[in-house]
Design a protein around this ligand. Sequence first.
Ligand code: UDP
Length: 381
Amino acid sequence: MNSSTPKAYDFLIVGAGLFGATFAYWATQFGKKCLVIDQRSHTGGNTFCEDYNGIQVHKYGAHIFHTNHEPIWKFVTGLTPFNRYTNSPLANCDGKLYNLPFNMNTFYQLWGVITPEQAKAKLKEQTAAYSHLEPANLEEQALKLVGTDIYNKLIKGYTEKQWGQSAKDLPAFIIKRLPLRFTYDNNYFSDKFQGIPIGGYNQLTAALLKNIEVKLNVNFFEDQNSLRNIAQHTVYTGAIDDFFDHTFGTLEYRSLDFKHNVLDTDNYQGNAVVNYCDAHVAHTRIIEHKHFEFGTQAHTVITHEYPAAWSKGAERYYPVNNDSNNKIFKQYQQKALATEANVIFGGRLAEYTYYDMHQVIGSAIHKLNLFFEKDIYQLIK
Ligand code: UDP
């Protein structure tokens, strides 16, 4: 078949996660024919939920939707209703509980301080020895920002477990996600909009992929040539190094293991998310899924989350965006630009970026806008 022969589809979309599903949704709205394939046996990528007697279990880790971007919020809530879940994780350290993010409740629990002025004075004392530092790594960044007590109790153990490395060897930017707040506000995110789709994320995926052809359990690489030949364009959301056969090397990730348990109790920990900050406790979090939806079932499902080394074949979770990986990624990006005019690369794995969900949707809309020369945000009412 040459390029002028009519193709069965306008777009072959490789990956049925949020990027692929958002792309397919809008391309279909614009009259294009899409085929979405995924190597897994389900759609939704890592947002996939499994129903356990009415409890939506986040099988690939807790997902909490939050954004400051009103059109993105209108887009997702226009597709399926969201609840008013607000993420307020707790941190368990040495058997004591602390509120996150670091706020007046945490400062009170740590030091007994009551007013913002007292808290600021305490933090000044805690950070005094580090105020001159130009942070070269995560440890220095954290000590400069929050001082010794918070760093040693709530950051060091958690972070070193999470990344499998000393905080002295980690880049400082990871810790920028932990703000200091001088109000008694346990809302983890500062975004204007937050919630979880009622009935779980599969509702959102189903709305995005409504009336779109999807083929599951299809490995793109086993039949790449004929698959690419059935469509005018390919949208690729898998790992970019897989696409180019690891020519420039393998991009590193951090992986996770999940142990799911059904318990014969209606309420195990009283909160959806509890972090475990001690270095000697193997898991970093316990998730109790029913609390994402204010569930009233007689049973509960909890998940222990364990950080894990990543090797080829394991699930990819967190890109390890250090200098050497970022350099490799740039080479793939340049090769994609130079040689793959018919392929749109997007999403966490193809862009090698640790995206939140709203950012994945934003990235897909950005690439759609460029391709179709439209402004999709103007179309969202
Ligand atoms: N972190 C920490 N203590 C905590 C929670 C998070 O030190 O109790 C640090 C840790 O370095 C982690 C980063 O903050 O890698 C981002 O954590 P967050 O939970 O926001 O990200 P997620 O893993 O949910 O994407």
